[in-house]
Design a protein around this ligand. Sequence first.
Ligand SMILES: Cc1cc2nc3c(=O)[nH]c(=O)nc-3n(C[C@H](O)[C@H](O)[C@H](O)COP(=O)(O)O)c2cc1C
Length: 172
Amino acid sequence: MEVYEAIYGRKSVRDFDRVKDVPPDLVMKLLKAACQAPSAGNLQPWRFWVIRDQKLKGRLAEAAFHQSFVAEAPVLIVVCADLRVASSGYGTRGTALYAIQDTAAAIENLLLAAHVEGLGACWVSAFDERRAIQALELPAHIRPLALIPIGYPAYVGTKPQKRDPLEVTEFK
Ligand SMILES: Cc1cc2nc3c(=O)[nH]c(=O)nc-3n(C[C@H](O)[C@H](O)[C@H](O)COP(=O)(O)O)c2cc1C
């Protein structure tokens, strides 16, 4: 699949096949794609937690204000930023801005790779950070930024409409 096909074809999936598992080597392939993202100073502050434990997935779904589909995917990848790494290069700008941008780029790579592999995924960032940190027992320098449930789609809705670039672009 060429890159434009992947970009235009990807859409959020929130309904997963509960039977068909995502094999560990495929998860590794997605993580490798995520790790190819650009990052400020190539610091690569992204960190990943791969969750298959049903109880833990359930706790994270609760932390995500009971978005139950988070626990219904066979694999849940929690994408975090290592703020210590980000700050070592760029201080406050590193932790407040670059770490978020770097990690977002890694997440988009992950979503596109999942789509190319015939998987469905959704970027979930509406969650109570404190509860997610508790559930994962994260150290203070690791900030969870997104929960990405991944599985084979049981249902794929229609793609939401996107704005025309001419509506959101200024040419000077
Ligand atoms: C920063 C961010 C946070 C998001 N958080 C959630 C979320 O908590 N729950 C959810 O169902 N979708 C969430 N989404 C997915 C968006 O709802 C989705 O990307 C948007 O509706 C466009 O649909 P598409 O992904 O199919 O293009 C989030 C997306 C982004 C980028």
